[in-house]
Design a protein. Structure first.
Length: 114
């Protein structure tokens, strides 16, 4: 039995799978998935992300602190441009909303288990 609630480990795993399926079929997750695909298909966003990532890679290999800061500033500028797209703003808003829901669920479960 798990936590004296009459549920064995198999039932617990089945319940966990049900919850996961419910999350993955939820409107918020499906909207995020669609937006993610649109973002990935956007040539401008993809190019900015590649430039940003290249700059982060350069900064990780730069030993001169002043040059490293300059590179990181350029990377942040690229990221700020990415974040300015409405589609990215919408995706981030949905992501934060889903994280809030999942955090609440985790907190509720933790409270029950105490």
């Amino acid at each position: 039995m798990i936590y004296n609630h009459g549920m064995d480990s198999k039932q617990f795993i089945e319940k966990e799978e049900d919850i996961t399926k419910a999350i993955l079929s939820s409107d918020i997750y499906l909207q995020m998935k669609a937006l993610s695909q649109e973002i990935d298909a956007n040539d401008e966003i993809r190019a900015l992300a590649e430039e940003r990532d290249d700059l982060y890679f350069q900064s990780a290999n730069e030993r001169d602190e002043k040059k490293k800061r300059e590179i990181l500033i350029k990377a942040k500028e690229k990221d700020d441009k990415i974040q300015s797209f409405d589609i990215v703003k919408e995706y981030n808003m949905l992501y934060r909303k889903l994280r809030k829901i999942l955090n609440h669920m985790t907190d509720s479960i933790s409270e029950i288990l105490r």
